[in-house]
Design a protein around this ligand. Sequence first.
Ligand code: C2E
Ligand code: MG
Ligand code: MG
Ligand code: MG
Length: 278
Amino acid sequence: NDESTQRAELLYYTLENTKAITRRYELMQELRTAIRNKELQVALQPKVNLITNEVIGFEALARWQRNDGSFVSPDEFIDLAETAGLISELDKLIFDKIMQSIQQFADQGFSLPIAFNASTFDLLSEDYFVEIAARIEEYGISPSLLELEVTETQAIFNYEKINACLCRFAGLGIKISIDDFGTGYSSLAHVSEIPAQNIKIDRCFVSNIQDSKSNQHIIEMIMLLAEKFGFEVTAEGIETKAEYAWLVEAGCSVGQGYYYAKPMFYDDALQWLKSRSN
Ligand code: C2E
Ligand code: MG
Ligand code: MG
Ligand code: MG
């Protein structure tokens, strides 16, 4: 009957909920330990000039493998780290690894910038800025080899404060990029004030672009806006030749995506670079 079905459903949801909370709690403890032991890794995804086919840099993406060998998706553990107040520690760890990768690439004769993702918690934290600036000094790496990515959604939240924070990083000589552009709710007035050089078109608009008139209009609008306000444009998530061809036709000249390469650990990224320069 209805009542017992309802009771069974309620029990089911309660159990599922408890399971989800337990998993989150366990993950949080494990993540804390993993960060402390510096166990997180960095995967590097190339950014490519679509016209000349030249590699113009990489984006660093955090990777976390649990003790049982499984990988947790960044969408899950980044959110967890933000909730648990661990994000700045995590991002400083990733930044350290990026500095090492830049040095290793340079030793191999590749002088390529690496972009890193920052959360608004990082940007608003005094300690994060101080540590990033100190690391750059310590490693003696040119800030022009660094790019900071912050999502549009995060950048427009509290945008006056965030803009001031971004200006400090720009002041160090670091390039600023607005990530996942088109999915937030920036007003045109805010966009014009963002202290960024680059905007990254979110991959949801790029996916099957050749078949979606409305996504085509959105990308065309973003490119026009970028031209008027003087931003460079990077297309995210290019997976197919058809998407690539449409973007080139539309005048987009930089992109990243599985069509070129998935994010790779350093050794594979180096092999990939070498195999292309032959
Ligand atoms: P994002 O910065 O927008 O990074 C792009 C995401 O798209 C990455 O997912 C990448 O692996 C994925 N991707 C790239 N090309 C393709 C493609 O052609 N097809 C498809 N389907 N996916 C593609 P990932 O690595 O899972 O990261 C998800 C998000 O987590 C990132 O989005 C970023 O916002 C955040 N994140 C990753 N690493 C870090 C980090 O070190 N610190 C912070 N604060 N956030 C990070
Ligand atoms: Mg990014
Ligand atoms: Mg993105
Ligand atoms: Mg994203």
